[in-house]
Design a binder for this molecule. Structure first.
Ligand code: GDP
Ligand code: MG
Length: 308
């Protein structure tokens, strides 16, 4: 069984990516108009790099554009765009935003990522979306290191109208996960979200803590967590990729969420991160509001990125 997300409002994604696309799509259009000699190809390469698509993808695109031009010297701007479009979409070939759902009992969603990446906001957005589909939800406030983090989540839980399990500050986050799942089973919840802390200041401790949370969850429900989402702030670029790799060493991540694409001029980073980590992109964040989370749709996303 899977949880599906209602797809709506991709206009917002177009708008969020407009800083990238106005530069990328616009510059490419002009350059393609010239015919692809060596100098133009070099300029195209620079434009693709600036959009943060990543070395591997940029090299592939430049090579195939060059070859295409040699074989089809009369090619039109649209032909080049189509070639780029196809290549970029193929990177996300198997990605879709559906989430695995428990056959029986509560579905457990674990959310990890560095502080400030948007974990708590993601939980609020997903919880609201699923509440609208009449799902009965509980949130476990597993970021026990900052009182403010628990307050933030309590505020969301109240606004959305769902249960929350919280513990006293500095208590063991794995114990919060344990209690949350216990409560979710007892209260017959459909879904339980486990929020976590992401203090990278003490990496070893954080990673051990996440491992322990995962183990604790599995003790209660062997198939859980049904999904583990790694949240990455799209503006962190290459640094974000390195941080993400650290998480992947310790936690089994099933999907990526890239946040804060609104305001970013490097929307191409989604392509680079997807490729580097080889994990499907499930959602993208395009604002702070509760509706500003969109299921990731490869074709719409790439079309928004390349919009002229
Ligand atoms: N503009 C924008 N802000 C976001 C997005 N997602 C989260 N934020 C903001 O980023 C900040 C940190 O988010 P939070 O969920 O607390 O991060 P956490 O520390 O990982 O739990 C908050 O001010 C959020 O409102 C997004 O997609 N776009
Ligand atoms: Mg948080």
């Amino acid at each position: 069984m899977v949880l599906n997300f209602i797809k709506s409002g991709y206009e917002k994604v177009k708008e969020a990516l407009s800083k990238t696309s106005s530069f990328l799509g616009g510059r490419l259009k002009t350059l393609f108009g010239r015919g692809l000699d060596e100098d133009t190809l070099e300029e195209i390469e620079r434009v693709l790099y600036e959009a943060d698509l990543g070395v591997q993808t940029v090299q592939e695109l430049v090579n195939s554009l060059g070859e295409y031009y040699k074989k089809n010297p009369g090619a039109k701007e649209e032909d080049y765009f189509n070639l780029i479009r196809k290549t970029l979409i193929s990177i996300f070939q198997n990605d879709n935003s559906s989430l695995k759902e428990a056959e029986s009992g509560p579905t457990v969603l674990l959310v990890v990522g560095v502080n400030g990446s948007g974990k708590t906001t993601l939980i609020a957005k997903l919880a609201q979306h699923l509440k609208n589909q009449n799902k009965n939800i509980l949130i476990g406030a597993g970021d026990t290191f900052r009182a403010a983090a628990v307050d933030q989540l309590s505020h969301w839980a109240e606004k959305i109208g769902c249960d929350i399990v919280k513990a006293s500050p500095f208590s063991d986050p794995a114990a919060v996960a344990f209690d949350s799942i216990d409560a979710a089973i007892a209260r017959k919840k459909d879904l339980v979200f486990i929020d976590t802390a992401g203090r990278l200041q003490n990496k070893t401790h954080l990673m051990q803590e996440l491992e322990k949370i995962e183990k604790t969850i599995r003790k209660k429900i062997p198939e859980a967590p049904h999904e583990t989402l790694l949240v990455i702030d799209a503006n962190t670029g290459q640094n974000g990729v390195e941080q993400a790799k650290l998480f992947l060493k310790y936690v089994k991540v099933s999907g990526l969420v890239l946040t804060k694409l609104d305001g970013s001029s490097k929307g191409g980073v989604v392509v680079s991160i997807r490729r580097n980590l080889n994990i499907p992109v499930k959602f993208i964040g395009v604002g702070e509001g509760v509706d500003d989370l969109k299921p990731f749709e490869p074709e719409e996303f790439i079309d928004s990125l390349l919009a002229k």
